[in-house]
Write a protein that binds this ligand. Structure first.
Ligand SMILES: NC(=O)c1ccc[n+]([C@@H]2O[C@H](COP(=O)([O-])OP(=O)(O)OC[C@H]3O[C@@H](n4cnc5c(N)ncnc54)[C@H](O)[C@@H]3O)[C@@H](O)[C@H]2O)c1
Ligand SMILES: N[C@H](CO)Cc1c[nH]c[nH+]1
Ligand SMILES: [Zn+2]
Length: 434
């Protein structure tokens, strides 16, 4: 590479600020994006289908006469499934089976228990009525993201799944449609960007409003999701893909270089970082990067990402590697070390942890089973992978027996009068035995 990938070492005096600068990525700072997204949302909210059609023509260069032309009916999904090459179909079905198996273990059940006085307390778990799945499609097509978004929703028992996916220049990806057929998506619209998020949030004459919008996307999608939150639920604001590899220096440097590329190739803004206590190994991986980059189909995207946002970080030992990793809280963390289990206790923040030299992050993107929609930009400090729980909500259950109403009515009465809320107090007192 002409420009070199950033090198940092924890012993340099400005390490903390250099690391903070490397990690800085705020999808809300671009005033122009915010303005443009707000305009799109307003237009779709007030003008519905007509605005969606205009923005689709403008941003996806797709001109159609009516919204009906942007809906793929179920027979088209099925045809796509039958048309794709057999190996693609088998791979999609295998991946879907593993993703389903994994997510079935996340299903939450309602529960109840009874106090000694016959009072019933519990939690009722209910799936969402209708969910909107955003499947990105600007720079690449993501059949795997269809499976990752739709299967947990199906396992949760969501009533209706509405999928949106952009088809720039009208190019439809058969594997995406086939994945929608396999996952059991109910309706598919070929819409993208902020206009698709707006259509799902507010509803239009053709696109039904949903209760929650899930799925990753570019800055326009992320900004739109942030704006509509409150009108609908959202899963998370997923930024550009990230990988952090911790390596003890004993994995083939070509493997590590390609693992870093695997996320860099998503986006110029993607972030790939390697941490190792072995300085000579960092040199070897840099040499592999320089050797392999010219062989890559997405060379320019990878180069921009690696130079702009990538880094090779030297640390004292694996303990310090884990500390730096916790500060980064990466979307994907590869522990390419002899004993990954031994490191697990030290890892606190990561969307997904890939354990051992043979666990390429790419397997997690497609077919390991866990979800590939993960918290990015440090948000793994407080959020979790997309899962069945994102499509279920909980209602508290409270059923007092006459004895329970008497006992707890006395407690409530004191607290309510302490707050000066006498209607609360008297409501509880009516049910007390005098
Ligand atoms: N976290 C995950 O699980 C995951 C999975 C797959 C992809 N990704 C990420 O999702 C992102 C996908 O981005 P993408 O661009 O390929 O697809 P995308 O579908 O998110 O965005 C494409 C849409 O952006 C809109 N758009 C483009 N330029 C615009 C402009 N100037 N003004 C308004 N709208 C505009 C268009 O409507 C277009 O349909 C990447 O960052 C990728 O890394 C994340
Ligand atoms: N790595 C992405 C999540 O950050 C998911 C993906 C889809 N296809 C390939 N990769
Ligand atoms: Zn990926």
């Amino acid at each position: 590479m002409n420009d070199r990938i950033t090198r940092l070492t924890t012993t340099q005096s400005d390490f903390d600020s250099a690391l903070a600068k490397l990690l800085a990525w705020d999808d809300s700072v671009d005033h122009q994006v915010n303005e443009s997204v707000r305009h799109i949302l307003r237009e779709v909210k007030t003008r519905g289908d007509a605005a969606v059609l205009e923005f689709t023509e403008k941003f996806d260069r797709l001109k159609v006469g009516s919204m009906a032309e942007l809906e793929m009916d179920k027979s088209r999904l099925q045809e796509a499934l039958e048309r794709i090459p057999q190996d693609q179909r088998v791979a999609l079905e295998k991946a879907a089976e593993r993703v389903r198996d994994y997510h079935e273990r996340q299903d939450q059940k309602s529960w109840q228990y009874e106090d000694e006085d016959g009072t019933i307390l519990g939690q009722k778990v209910t799936p969402l009525d209708r969910a909107g799945l955003y499947v990105p499609g600007g720079k690449a097509a993501y059949p795997s993201s269809v499976l990752m978004n739709a299967i947990p929703a199906k396992v949760a028992g969501v009533g209706e799944l509405i999928m949106v996916v952009p088809t720039p220049d009208g190019v439809v990806n058969d594997m995406v449609l086939a994945a929608a057929a396999i996952a059991g998506v109910d309706r598919v619209f070929t819409l993208g960007g902020a206009q698709a998020v707006a259509a799902l949030a507010y509803g239009t004459e053709t696109v039904p409003a949903v209760d929650k919008i899930v799925g990753p996307g570019n800055i326009f999608v992320a900004t739109a999701k942030r704006e509509v939150f409150g009108v609908v639920g959202i899963d998370m604001i997923a930024g550009p893909s990230e990988i952090l590899v911790i390596c003890d220096g004993k994995t083939d440097p070509d493997w590590i270089a390609m693992d870093l590329f695997s996320q860099a190739e998503h986006d110029e803004q993607a972030q790939s970082i390697l941490i190792s206590p072995d300085a000579a190994f960092l040199d070897a991986v840099e040499a592999s990067i320089n050797k392999l980059l010219p062989t890559m189909e997405r060379e320019e995207i990878i180069r921009t990402s690696m130079i702009g946002r990538g880094a090779l970080i030297h640390v004292a030992d694996l303990k310090e590697a884990a500390e730096v990793s916790n500060r980064i809280a990466p979307e994907h963390l590869e522990l390419s070390v002899e004993d990954p289990q031994a490191m697990l206790d030290d890892i606190r923040h990561a969307g997904a942890i890939f354990m051992g030299r043979y666990t390429a992050e790419a397997l997690g993107d497609y077919c390991a089973g866990p979800n590939h929609v993960l918290p990015t930009s440090g948000t793994a400090r407080f959020s979790s992978p997309l899962g069945v729980y994102d499509f279920q909500k909980r209602s508290s259950l409270i059923g007092f027996s006459p004895e329970g109403a008497d006992r707890m009515g006395r407690v409530a009465s004191v607290l309510a009068r302490g707050e000066g809320l006498t209607a609360h107090a008297r409501s509880a007192e009516y049910r007390i035995n005098e």
